[in-house]
Ligand binder design. Structure first.
Ligand SMILES: *Cc1c(COP(=O)(O)O)cnc(C)c1O
Length: 254
């Protein structure tokens, strides 16, 4: 990946395209679903800070990264700090215990979307005390392994109530914001609604009933470049979109 090819990417166009498609998907969404304006998290992994700044200057505020080192580096980049004062970083990767401090000390960290074990929740709850400002809680989502794939992180759908209850009752420094899934990558929509998205929505229904939560306050983070419109039609309140905005990434093992 050369820097030149990145510079040629028209992020303004990509961003506008995604926002237009989000609007259109919202208009197709069932009126029975919570009428929440979906939030776009621009997934900037592997992409340089210069493109993040361009996207910020085009109006985007929420950005996602899935490696702690990369998020920490970009969030601390002097130009990003200077030009992107209101940037909100979302961590969307697998979080190892030994990286928690590095993540939590990153400027502009807004949310950890991938809490997937009680141990991790406890650690975040404890460590956040060192970094929080104005007693603000750390916003978290709980990652659910909706596709039941061994390689995927996340708790089992059937454990959702118990786990969310734990976060609510035992982690006073965390603010539970919703549920997140990655799901299977190559689902063919001609077969009908994506079962991962249906499962995540069902998990939300269940925790709202079991824990007496207002459904309007529980987000669903689901959908990426290939399926964010479909995800919104099924109730996504946060979509995580990378390649449509920033251009394709090189294959993982090159
Ligand atoms: C990379 C990534 C995305 C975005 O993927 P695109 O297909 O480029 O939109 C979304 N969510 C997670 C967790 C990711 O790692």
């Amino acid at each position: 990946m050369s820097l030149e090819s990145d510079q040629e990417i028209d992020v303004m166009f990509g961003l506008k395209t995604v926002l237009t498609k989000i609007e259109a998907a919202v208009s197709r969404r069932s009126k029975d679903l919570p009428q929440i304006a979906p939030k776009l998290v621009a997934v900037s992994k592997i992409k340089p800070a210069s493109l993040i700044i361009q996207t910020y200057e085009a109006g985007q505020r929420d950005f996602g990264e899935n490696y702690v080192n990369e998020l920490a580096e970009k969030a601390s980049d002097p130009t990003v700090l200077e030009k992107c004062k209101d940037i909100r970083w979302h961590f969307i990767g697998h979080l190892q215990t030994n990286k928690i401090n590095k993540l939590l000390s990153s400027p502009g960290l807004h949310m950890v979307q991938t809490v997937d074990s009680e141990k991790l929740a406890e650690n975040l709850n404890k460590q956040w005390l060192k970094y929080r400002k104005d007693e603000e809680k750390l916003k978290v989502m709980v990652q659910i392994n909706t596709s039941n794939e061994e390689a995927k992180n996340g708790i089992q759908p059937t454990d959702t109530t118990k786990f969310v209850e734990f976060v609510l009752n035992s982690c006073p420094n965390l603010q539970f914001r919703g549920l997140m899934t990655i799901g299977q990558y190559d689902y063919d929509v001609s077969k009908g609604p994506n079962p991962d998205f249906l499962t995540l929505a069902k998990c939300r229904q269940e925790i709202c009933e079991n824990l007496n939560l207002d459904i309007n306050n529980v987000e669903l983070s689901m959908g990426m470049s290939s399926d964010f419109e479909h995800a919104i039609e099924l109730g996504a309140t946060t979509v995580r979109v990378g390649s449509v905005i920033f251009g394709a990434r090189p294959p993982k093992n090159t």
